[in-house]
Ligand binder design. Sequence first.
Ligand code: AMP
Length: 282
Amino acid sequence: MQIFHTISEMRAWSNAEKLAGRRIAFVPTMGALHEGHLSLLREGRMRGDRLVLSIYVNPTQFAPAEDLAKYPRDLEGDLAKARAEGTDAVFVPNDAMMYPERFQTYVTVEEVTKSLCGASRPKHFRGVSTVVAKLFNIVQPDTAIFGEKDFQQLVVIRRMVLDLNMPVDIVGCPIVREPDGLAMSSRNKYLSAEERAAALSLNRSLIEAGRMIESGEKRADSILARVRSFIEDEGKGLMRIDYASIVDAETLRDLAQIKQPALLALAAFAGKTRLIDNRCFR
Ligand code: AMP
């Protein structure tokens, strides 16, 4: 497995692979790899002749009061996991090369970044789309794999690739959960035992909403009222809901009535840790 710490090394390797006619599959991450990330690597392994992973905690997608400084980092552990999944190359850039002095060019995806996480994290998606565009320019993948855990991010990236004619196939993979249902996240490391137990209310509320929808409930407001009271009760007062929304899974616009594909998306704080989860009804 090759490990590249510079843009020029990464680009030279990709150029050579492409000249040899090989397809590159790419999985961008912020590291602290867990089974969710590994599922993306496995998907990528099947979709490309060469598999590239990037590990970069991107400062422009964090607001000043967020957890950039304490975001979990474990490069050695990540490299061992990547190697075990058959990764061919790992790109590990630093801030100075990604955002050199006088950096001033950003990619802004407009409409689909306004709701859900975009409403509570105003510059977050500008940071995400900018860094992903840069990574695509450097790695030059044929395919890039993202998790549905960050459903809005996947919609934003698909929009950017269409709008800017980037020659990259975007593939979405299902949410990987812990055995008890908690969606895997690098941020789960921050949770105390009580907060972790309370956080199970998120997935359980999604299951409860699924039951309501399967039994014919169409009104988004009744489903959301049930989801909110479920998280409040099962979360034993430890969860603070940021949003609970039912939106069209393509436009991310609010739905008053369930019309598939619909997305039920949640964000909530367990203590200081912001967690997200979702379920798509197709
Ligand atoms: P991150 O390192 O958190 O930026 O995530 C990198 C990629 O892994 C993104 O495409 C995420 O959506 C994806 N991902 C994170 N957690 C999960 C999960 N539990 N299941 C599936 N994909 C995930």
